[in-house]
Design a protein around this ligand. Structure first.
Ligand code: ATP
Ligand code: MG
Length: 377
């Protein structure tokens, strides 16, 4: 395998905030970058050499992107496999089609994990109303139902509770009468994630885990390191590295995990791209997830993932714009706080517009600072 050296061109399928921040890391290495996105004024638009307009199943646009590239990567898993194949004709696509095929479908992903004895919570694959009835009964109507394809930030999911009494018919209709999975609602101690990188040459390196706090099924804040007991950290690292090997990963992979109240780790889901829960790596670690992404897909030596200083981020959703432009000046008064905006033009409720980050002597202090900064907006 030969390294793709700075000066070469990296293509990214997807130009949202993850593509944008990867592009910024690539640019500091001196790479040229181009992206494909359905939105010609996507967040990455302002930091790349070229932006190709194309939907997630636009094989022609993907081919046009790849034609001028030395390597193609992605920031979203909901790309059609045809799109990846079209790009692959012109440049290596990392991560590749076979990994995407497993991950982009929740049923395929969960079944793949379970078949290989990776730890996952109880789940049922659902392809009909009858399956839905059986699943809700099996879980005592206390579960999450999630579309097999296309969901993110808690969209395309339904939290079913015995109290609300959602019927199987309602759940089946709410999810568009399409394949989905039901997962038993897990009693969580906390949520963590581990980011792992693997190069085409087989080098492997993982980051210390992050602790993630969700509100309404959307990531609210996240901190690195996660301060979990050493034995659980070691187990989380072992799971992430073993997944990267078994999937023959080329690139980076975020492994979202639940730590249950009885001390067990369960894999929630996988994301083969930069992840919201590792935005803090830009401040906490020697090398950020974005730089590691670039190094991995270019087959460069992977960077050091050690924590230099605990760091946290808090997401800024469109809701913060409800009364006009937020008071960023006041947030920036808080010690060590930095502002990251993605240049999205329309602040819709629930839409990730940016984040605030801070470092601290401890993870708790870093979290306290970002939350304080956010409360000042
Ligand atoms: P994201 O894009 O933020 O990763 P998503 O739409 O892919 O979210 P999930 O990660 O599956 O959805 O779920 C979002 C959140 O909902 C989880 O992080 C967790 O807080 C909660 N959740 C999901 N499934 C379960 C479960 N089985 N038990 C308990 N909590 C759950
Ligand atoms: Mg998730």
């Amino acid at each position: 395998m030969t390294a793709i050296l700075p000066g070469a061109t990296i293509g990214i399928l997807g130009g949202g905030q993850l593509g944008r921040m990867t592009a910024m890391a690539a640019r500091s290495f001196g790479y040229r970058v181009q992206v494909m996105d359905p939105d010609p004024s996507c967040p990455a638009r302002f930091v790349v050499d070229a932006c190709f307009e194309g939907a997630w199943d636009d094989a022609k646009a993907a081919a046009n992107l790849a034609r001028g590239c030395d390597v193609v990567t992605l920031e979203i898993e909901q790309l059609s496999l045809d799109t990846l194949r079209a790009a692959q004709r012109y440049a290596p696509v990392r991560p590749g089609e076979s990994l995407l095929a497993i991950i982009q479908d929740r049923i395929a992903q969960k079944e793949w994990l379970a078949a290989r004895q990776f730890p996952v919570g109880p789940f049922r694959s659902i392809r009909s109303l009858d399956n839905m009835r059986a699943a809700l009964d099996a879980f005592g109507h206390d579960c999450f139902v999630k579309s097999a394809r296309g969901g993110y930030d808690g969209r395309s999911q339904l939290r079913v509770t015995p109290r609300a009494g959602e019927s199987a018919e309602l759940a089946w209709r709410a999810l568009g009468q399409r394949p989905c999975i039901a997962e038993q609602a897990i009693a969580l101690d906390r949520e963590i994630s581990v980011m792992v990188a693997r190069t085409p040459s087989g080098a492997l390196k993982s980051f210390p885990s992050a602790t993630n706090h969700h509100e309404n099924q959307i990531l609210a804040w996240s901190v690195i390191p996660s301060s979990i007991p050493a034995a659980i950290e070691a187990e989380a690292q072992r799971i992430a590295c073993s997944l990267a090997e078994r999937l023959s990963l080329e690139g980076i992979l975020a492994v979202e995990m639940f730590l249950t109240q009885d001390g067990k780790l369960l894999i929630n889901e996988l994301a083969p791209r930069p992840h919201n829960s590792y935005h803090a790596s830009e401040r906490s670690c020697v090398v950020s997830q974005f730089e590691q992404h670039v190094r991995a897909v270019c087959d460069l030596p992977l960077g050091d993932t050690d924590v230099i200083r605990p760091a946290a981020i808090v997401n800024l959703l469109g809701d913060a714009w409800a009364d006009g432009e937020p008071r960023f000046d006041r947030a920036l008064e808080v010690d060590s706080v930095r502002l990251h905006l993605y240049e999205k033009h329309t602040p819709r409720p629930g839409r990730k517009m940016g984040h605030l980050s801070a470092v601290g002597d401890t993870p708790e202090e870093a979290v306290k600072r970002v939350l304080e900064a956010k409360s000042r907006l």
